[in-house]
Design a protein around this ligand. Structure first.
Ligand code: ADP
Length: 398
């Protein structure tokens, strides 16, 4: 095994995803997930040498325990000797970061300052950074931001029509998320479809538990559906996406919700779950809809209608469409959702090839439209790969 591996850490609010990636081959020497970190029985599930294994953790300061145990595992498997860098996913980089950076005390300070905008995510990301710095003191540490790709948006796209002082004094603006994924799949689309990066119009739909659409012109994000937080835009698994902001005042004044309860309602009880009153999981909703569950059918109708409307709206900043990308768990696997969305976009010339649509799934890239249609394509995302290659590049520059 050569020294060409990067440890990728995605330290979230209740889980820690990790992978050790060979930046030459793209293969994963180790991958896994520490989950249920806020609960009684935290676990680390990992895959090494083709075998899946589980480590049971003690409850308590679960993030710290999970990271310590992960470091022990990496050392026990002798993988630490092959590491050249650690790459950290950081959710919110505010306006500080337009690309990935080597982590310095100033970078840590800027991530801390941005924590008010992502109170669940940035503090957890910082825990991962601090633990990895202690465990791998000699390795370069690199931060890769979900928001960085969207820093190319112009003020007309990122400003809300609120008093300007809220932007100047408190940074209230649209930042956008899933940037690493939108960047990766759009770069893949340029390669696969032979598009000229300096003259291309791409719309990327990342549809997972969180969902967002980005308009990408000549390789740069010009508009995106998520905003100050990952709540804005599309309907998602448990998130409402766009609603009339007046609903907030109605819930508080008329129904006596507290602001915290409104936040919970919009983030955790809405979306596919809220409408179906069944599940936030797209597979479960699709199965129930097929068996005649009316609210599941309605949830899918709303999801696809809003997605189609958002895609059509993003043809405006692009002035046309060369490629529409579907990615994320839903985008990569649900032929039914892709069908329902594209069938509403026929006025753009998009025509689905039914056979190609049915076969594009399970990690395969593939064009799903007919030869005479603008292109729609399924591209599996790989955020870990972007984090690993950015970390390796920055490490090599040091
Ligand atoms: P995350 O945003 O947490 O990374 P994923 O990208 O893994 O999530 O996407 C999870 C979503 O993908 C879930 O709603 C899940 O039901 C959906 N999904 C996964 N496989 C399929 C499938 N075969 N058909 C429909 N939906 C699927």
């Amino acid at each position: 095994m050569s020294s060409s591996h990067v440890l990728v850490l995605n330290c979230g609010s209740s889980s820690l995803k990790f992978a050790i990636i060979d930046i030459h081959s793209g293969s994963e020497a180790l991958s896994g997930l520490a989950e249920c970190l806020a609960e009684q029985q935290p676990l680390i599930k990992y895959k090494y040498d083709g075998k899946k294994q589980t480590i049971t953790l003690n409850p308590g300061d679960a993030h710290q325990i999970a990271i310590t145990r992960l470091v022990e595992l990496v050392k026990q498997l002798n993988l630490d000797k092959h590491l050249i860098a650690v790459g950290h996913r950081v959710v919110h980089g505010g306006e500080h970061f337009t690309h990935s950076v080597s982590i310095t005390p100033e970078v840590i300070e800027a991530i801390k300052q941005t924590s008010a905008l992502a109170p669940l995510h940035n503090p957890a990301n910082l825990l991962g950074i601090e633990a990895a710095q202690k465990a791998f003191a000699s390795l370069p540490q690199v931060a890769v931001f979900d928001t960085a790709f969207h820093q190319t948006m112009e003020p007309k796209a990122f400003l809300y029509a609120l008093p300007y002082s809220l932007y100047k004094e408190h940074g209230i603006r649209r930042y956008g998320f899933h940037g690493t994924s939108h960047y990766y799949v759009s770069a893949q689309a340029h390669n696969i479809l032979g598009l000229n990066k300096d003259n291309s119009r791409i719309i990327s739909a990342h549809l997972g538990n969180g969902c967002s659409v980005t308009a990408i012109k000549n390789g740069q994000s010009v508009d995106t559906s998520m905003g100050l937080t990952p709540l804005e835009g599309l309907m998602m698994g448990t998130r409402s996406g766009d609603i009339d902001p007046g609903i907030f005042a109605f819930l508080v004044n008329q129904l006596k919700y507290s602001p915290t309860q409104v936040d919970l309602l919009l983030n955790k009880q809405s979306g596919l779950l809220g409408i179906s009153e069944l599940s936030n999981d797209c597979r479960t909703i699709e199965e129930a809809a097929a068996q005649g569950h009316e609210q599941a059918q309605l949830a899918l109708d709303i999801f696809c209608y809003r997605l189609a409307k958002q895609i059509a709206a993003f043809v405006v900043p692009l002035g046309g469409l060369d490629a529409l990308i579907f990615t994320g768990g839903i985008g990569e696997n649900s032929d039914a959702i892709r069908d329902k969305v594209i069938s509403q976009l026929g006025f753009l010339g998009l025509t689905l090839d039914q056979d190609k649509n049915l076969t594009a799934r399970f990690g395969q890239s593939g064009v799903i439209t007919t030869n005479d249609s603008p292109c729609a394509i399924v591209i599996p995302t790989n955020e870990e790969w972007v984090i690993a290659t950015d970390a390796a590049t920055i490490a090599q520059e040091q």
